[in-house]
Structure formats: structure tokens, C-alpha cells
Design a binder for this molecule. Structure first.
Ligand code: SF4
Ligand code: F3S
Length: 104
């Protein structure tokens, strides 16, 4: 599966939502997650994200994000249509430590 990592937090560009053929993105206040059981591993979302927040879970150190995606995909609503990114999205692009600072 692919997973959304902390680089999405407060950026939420939503370009990923448009391209997913199986609509497996789920939306929280600050970020999106992928439902690992629904993702078909097509990989088209990865290069679409301006924040480079999407990675295959086969990359090193993705356990934490896989766990987070798995948990919140069950709790958050499905999102199938993208909207505008937050106004301050660019200010948070590439920022370090976003999970610790903003995720609750
Ligand atoms: Fe959707 Fe493909 Fe990305 Fe999985 S890898 S979330 S199926 S676009
Ligand atoms: Fe987040 Fe990137 Fe999608 S910032 S909302 S994973 S396009």
C-alpha cells in the first residue's frame, strides 16, 4: 500500500484525491490518509503530491505512518472530490516536526 505521511499535515493540497482510481483517501482536519486495505498500489498519487507526502510503505521507517493511516481511515470520512488547499498551505510545506506540532 501507499501511505500519507506527516508532510501532508497543514498542506492538504488534495491533488491526490483527484487521481486515485479507487477513492481510498479519508479526510481529517489537518491531513488525509489512505485506506491500506483499499489502495491497489497503482502509485499514481505519489508524484501528484506537491508536498511529497505520499510514499509506498515499503520505504524505510513507514511503520508509524502505516499505523496512522490504518487507524484513521476507519474513523475519518471518505473524500472523493478535492477542494482548495488551505491558504497557508505553502507556509507549512517542508516544515519539520509537523506531527508533533499540529497533529492531535
Ligand atoms: Fe489510490 Fe493508487 Fe494512491 Fe493507492 S497508490 S492511494 S490506489 S492513487
Ligand atoms: Fe496531502 Fe499531498 Fe494529498 S499534501 S492532501 S497527500 S496532495
Amino acid at each position: 500500500t501507499y501511505v500519507v505521511t506527516d508532510a501532508c499535515i497543514k498542506c492538504k493540497y488534495m491533488d491526490c484525491v483527484e487521481v486515485c482510481p479507487v477513492d481510498c483517501f479519508y479526510e481529517g482536519d489537518n491531513m488525509l490518509v489512505i485506506h491500506p486495505a483499499e489502495c491497489i498500489d497503482c502509485g499514481v498519487c505519489e508524484p501528484e503530491c506537491p508536498a511529497e507526502a505520499i510514499l509506498p510503505d515499503t520505504e524505510p521507517n513507514q511503520e508509524k505512518w502505516l499505523e496512522l493511516n490504518t487507524k484513521f481511515a476507519e474513523e475519518w470520512p471518505n473524500i472523493t472530490q478535492s477542494r482548495e488547499a488551505p491558504e497557508d498551505a505553502d507556509e507549512h510545506k517542508g516544515e519539520e516536526g509537523k506531527y508533533e506540532k499540529y497533529f492531535s
